[in-house]
Design a protein around this ligand. Sequence first.
Ligand SMILES: [Zn+2]
Length: 388
Amino acid sequence: MATNQIYSLDSSLPVCETRIRYVLKSVSFIRTPHYDMDHTDAGYYNIMNSFAVNPNSEFTAIHHFNSKHSSNGVRKLGGFGPGPWVTTWNDWNNIYPSDPNYNSRNLAHELFHAKGLSHAWIIDDGCLDTKKNNNGWCDGSNNVMDYNCYHQFNLTPCQICRLQSWLDLRTQYIRQEGGCPPPISYFDIPQRVCRGINSPFYPEIYLQGSACTNENQFRIHISKVPHVGSQSSMPNTIFQSWYSGQVGHIGLKQWTGYQFGSGVYRIELTVKHTDCANEDSMVKWVTVELCPEEGIPANCCLSAAFIYPNPSGEDAVIHYTLEEEANLLIDMIGINLPTPITLQSTRWSAIGNYELPLNLSPFPDGAYQVRIFLNQQEIIPINLVKQQ
Ligand SMILES: [Zn+2]
């Protein structure tokens, strides 16, 4: 983007890249009686001169608990962001009422100051698309550069372009490796994906990637492994491919065409930029397993199950005792009955003793198996012989 772009309401101007990545390198907790953030005694600068880390190449953000800033005994909240360091202060954990995200919003506001943004209400903030308001607390706009108590973090297109301009001009604050900002692989994926016992469908597995302009290529490598934590070996690979662009929201089944049956899958996402040598990878594991319907306990609950008489003639009785409520399916198969027939199917059966009559007259003599499926998971087989 041209650094001298005119920031205006002209909708024909290109929109700048909206994603800016912060890489958190370290966190320190410092307890000291010797410093205070009170700007009247240059406390900001004392602290930053003492604690800022690599101030020529990195940002330091200090959050000051129990600040001396107070009015009428109530500690005040606020921040200061001259860059390349920023401070925020607040009471120990006195989050601004009704806004649990206050501290993070405060930090974002100061970081944007440090990267060249002025308050949105200022006439000469360099952006025509920021609302000029009266700067009253909670009476401005939902722009993050206003003083406001709203939850939004909004920036205007102009503000985003100004941030990118600032970054273009000040690459000393960006950690470079071989002239390239570092690519970082990051994605979310469920740890466990259910596949219904009786479902003919394989589940979709959604991967949500996170990307910025440091990357323009990504590779997905999927392998089936023995257990969570197992690393991959090539014979296990079921899918691997590079793609152009930035990783986003991906349905792995649709993406790969692979049917994810039960098992553990190792998912590796590698990202890089075509102009740079470095790449970065992240690995997570997904377990696909047979699961009962939502809300049904996995293990159950049959204390007795038998058929009498056995061997049977024309008529028999299936006896079973449920110790807990259960989802129940009873069917029967056999050499003369290759396609099972359903004898009983209930979504919920109450606790109790059951006597299920079984009319065997339609079936030829022979060996059969009655199967009781509990909660679509546990199978109790009972062998049955019919002989006249
Ligand atoms: Zn401010």
